[in-house]
Design a protein around this ligand. Structure first.
Ligand code: PMT
Length: 400
């Protein structure tokens, strides 16, 4: 269930820290890879060596540890994670995270993380019920944190009530099940990257697409349990392990590759920036400088997305719209004109808006009768969110 999942476990200083050692064990048994971060207080309860032995990786304790920085700095660690679990989350750690303080590695990672964050609180029942803690919890929920527990029962201090950290197996199942298997058993076809339209053997017309959005979607769909085929234009990204890649260069090749496979897939996501035009007259030899023409005749390329949506046996078809103006109007125009199931619209043109060749992006999703805004975040986290919405819409269409 947890295969390919990167779990960042952050342990703060409470008696339940010993349960987190068991959490590492069950996570790894489920196939997840686990890296552990501990606060100084946590190391008073359980030795970092225990977590190192169970996770198979050195434990991170200091924000300014030269060796740890060299091995994986805190930003890389935050980016590496598919999910962050703070367990146990003490009242102090909850308070610091809720206020955005960053005075140790754990709280800094909380701010840096763009993946889903889970917290398993653990504290005395009176501390849990205190209005200060409850206000902090409300703030964390507004950040998008998912709480697991706390459970009621007898506490280490001898009192009885809410405040016990949830069982490691329950935490493991919730984290790995969430968004895990949303596309289980489905086949997803994704296009990514730019196309190159040659003028001669050495020159071509292309665009700024890096492939990051499409590749992040391929990874997110894979992690959601899908069988993923990625038809990719030329980019310098590594194909995620487990994804089948079909490498193409031109819009015509991408058209062939996608149309040959679309009917055999449940979902098609057109994230590629396909050239709308390509030179009509490709020269077989390099055009000499003095023979370069000032006018190039361009022919319209075939619209892959529109033709996928026209197939008799068609997948659930999701298009993208890249716009520099009137985002909603143009996106809705494309949704209707191409008869799509959904369109993901993004602003392009300025790097601060995300879009092309940026690590971050924001999307405005539209479908017939609905819409949703996915604010600016890392493309990997954004891809997960988009996959969740696609899974919901797919379910609705196929169970209607
Ligand atoms: O690759 P990145 O650097 O991460 O950047 C991501 C992105 C900005 C490229 C991506 O988020 C995005 O917006 N992809 C679609 C870009 C695009 O071509 O948009 P468009 O509005 O011109 O096209 C609309 C849709 O038609 C797209 O789904 C496109 O794949 C599809 N299309 C366009 C032309 C064509 N001949 N065939 C197509 O299928």
């Amino acid at each position: 269930m947890g295969s390919n999942k990167h779990i960042l476990l952050a342990v703060s200083g409470g008696i339940a820290a010993y349960k987190s050692a068991e959490l590492v064990r069950v996570m790894r048994k489920s196939g997840a890879e686990v890296r552990v971060v501990m606060t100084q207080a946590a190391t008073q309860f359980v030795s970092p060596l225990t977590f190192q032995a169970l996770s198979g990786h050195p434990v991170h304790t200091d924000i300014l540890n030269a060796e740890a920085e060299h091995a994986m700095d805190h930003i890389s660690l935050a980016r590496w994670a598919d999910a962050m679990i703070i367990a146990p989350a003490t009242a102090n750690t909850i308070a610091k995270c809720s206020l955005g303080m960053a005075d140790d590695l754990l709280s800094t990672l909380y701010l840096a993380a763009k993946c889903a964050v889970y917290m398993a609180p653990s504290m005395n029942q009176a501390m849990w019920h205190h209005p200060a803690t409850q206000e902090n919890i409300a703030r964390l929920l507004s950040h998008g944190v998912t709480l697991i527990g706390p459970e009621a029962g007898e506490q280490a201090c001898g009192e009885t009530g809410l405040g016990r950290m949830s069982d490691p197996i329950i935490i493991c199942e919730q984290v790995l099940a969430e968004s895990s298997m949303l596309l289980n058993g489905l086949k997803v076809l994704i296009s990514a990257g730019p196309t190159r339209e040659p003028l001669d053997p050495v020159r071509y017309i292309t665009n700024r697409s890096s492939g990051k959005m499409g590749y992040a979607l391929a990874k997110a769909a894979l992690q959601a349990g899908a069988q993923v085929t990625l038809v990719t234009g030329p980019v310098s990204l590594a194909v995620p392990n487990g994804v089948e890649a079909v490498k193409v260069e031109t819009a015509a090749q991408m058209y062939q590759a996608v149309l040959a496979r679309a009917s055999d897939h449940d979902i098609y996501i057109g994230a590629a920036a396909v050239a709308d035009y390509s030179p009509g007259d490709v020269q077989p030899e390099k055009i000499k400088k003095n023979q370069l023409q000032t006018t190039v005749i361009l022919n319209k390329t075939q619209d892959i997305l529109a033709d996928v949506a026209l197939l008799k046996v068609r997948p659930f078809t999701v298009g993208f719209a890249a716009e520099t103006e009137n985002l909603e109007g143009y996106a809705l125009g494309k949704l209707n004109a191409k008869n799509l199931d959904m369109i993901a619209a993004n602003w392009v043109g300025q790097s601060s808006q995300g879009g092309f060749d940026s690590d971050q992006n924001a999307l405005q999703l539209f479908w017939k009768g609905g819409q949703k805004t996915l604010p600016m975040v890392d493309k990997h986290y954004l891809a997960k969110q988009l996959i969740e919405v696609i899974a919901e819409r797919w379910d609705e269409k196929n169970t209607a």
